[in-house]
Design a protein around this ligand. Structure first.
Ligand SMILES: CC(C)(COP(=O)(O)OP(=O)(O)OC[C@H]1O[C@@H](n2cnc3c(N)ncnc32)[C@H](O)[C@@H]1OP(=O)(O)O)[C@@H](O)C(=O)NCCC(=O)NCCS
Length: 155
């Protein structure tokens, strides 16, 4: 596993944010942050209670604060990288509650999109719960547009 430093930036409070990347999700320092974020989103009822990814198909971009604490991540799945429309599926973007609204997602997203381009993919897909209004707004800021409703009926 190789960890790359993609860049060093300042958040909206002016403190240092280091953006890192690993093309392989397992064994990264951000692994449990990602799992806790996913559990948090499930507990918020913004995701169903199941694991949709295979670790080995996933990579992760994450952000560390000036004390080297992980404060955010974007985990992605490259299973469809070689499909008819080469695409990357963003499994989860998550920012620690105490570090929200200071631009961390925006910083991570810029670097994440560059990784997607490096993989020669021109499309990013993401599932967002229809009531997750904050992510719907931030996704729109990232340039995403809603495409379809996933309808579900439990029987
Ligand atoms: C969605 C999330 C990742 C945004 O992270 P963040 O670091 O706080 O976002 P940023 O500060 O970079 O803001 C990016 C944009 O999102 C929007 N935004 C972020 N928080 C917002 C809030 N509380 N209310 C309204 N808009 C908000 C803003 O439009 C902002 O752009 P702007 O600064 O140009 O106005 C974060 O709220 C989060 O982790 N939520 C819980 C996890 C989750 O639901 N993930 C998505 C699962 S699909």
């Amino acid at each position: 596993m190789t960890i790359e430093i993609l860049g060093v930036e300042k958040n909206l409070r002016g403190t240092k944010i280091t953006v890192k990347h690993s093309a392989v999700l397992p064994y990264t320092p951000a692994y449990t942050f990602f799992l806790r974020g996913m559990a948090d989103v499930i507990d918020s009822k913004f995701h169903l209670q199941f694991t949709e990814w295979n670790d080995l198909n996933c990579g992760i971009v994450w952000a560390e604060d000036e004390f080297n604490n992980i404060v955010g991540c974007i985990c992605y799945d490259r299973s469809y990288k070689d499909s008819f429309i080469p695409q990357i599926y963003s499994i989860l973007t998550f920012v620690d509650e105490k570090h929200r609204q200071i631009g961390i997602h925006k910083i991570m997203y810029r670097y994440f999109q560059r990784q997607v381009s490096n993989l020669k993919c021109s499309v990013i897909t993401s599932n967002v719960h229809h009531k997750n209004t904050i992510r719907l707004i931030s996704a729109e800021k990232d340039g995403f547009v809603p495409l379809q409703y996933l309808m579900i009926k439990k029987i």
